[in-house]
Design a protein around this ligand. Structure first.
Ligand SMILES: [Zn+2]
Length: 120
């Protein structure tokens, strides 16, 4: 039984062409839709991701965004300076839980039990 094998289409398929260690071109068939064989970068999952998320332009470093951050920083610094320049007893420098006069008499503990360390 002898018949000629039909190897024409296989021979005609595109080749990998990567340079091998001995200087020749790789003669393995390139994968479908790729320019290289399975051993030279054509393998499934190799290469850049679809859409290339590494090159996404997010706009964080546009001149508008940089100027906006600069403005916010300046406003915050000015506000902090303004608060520091206020007189010490003024209302703005107090924390909210500090009221002007002390309502509790000394010795009486008005704070809730979960805030104190006393065990009764
Ligand atoms: Zn190859």
């Amino acid at each position: 039984m002898s018949h000629a094998r039909n190897i024409g289409p296989m021979q005609a398929s595109p080749r990998c062409g990567a340079q091998t260690r001995n200087g020749d071109n790789c003669r393995a068939p390139a994968l479908r839709g790729k320019a290289r064989c399975r051993m030279h970068g054509g393998a499934l999952g190799s290469g850049a991701p679809f859409g290339n998320g590494n090159a996404v332009k997010h706009g964080f470093f546009t001149s508008e965004a940089i100027d906006e951050r600069k403005l916010v920083r300046t406003v915050l610094i000015e506000a902090e300076d303004f608060l520091r320049k206020l007189p010490a007893g003024s209302e703005a420098t107090r924390s909210p839980n500090e009221s002007g006069t002390q309502h509790t008499a000394p010795g009486t503990d008005s704070s809730p039990s979960y805030l104190t360390n006393d065990r009764k």
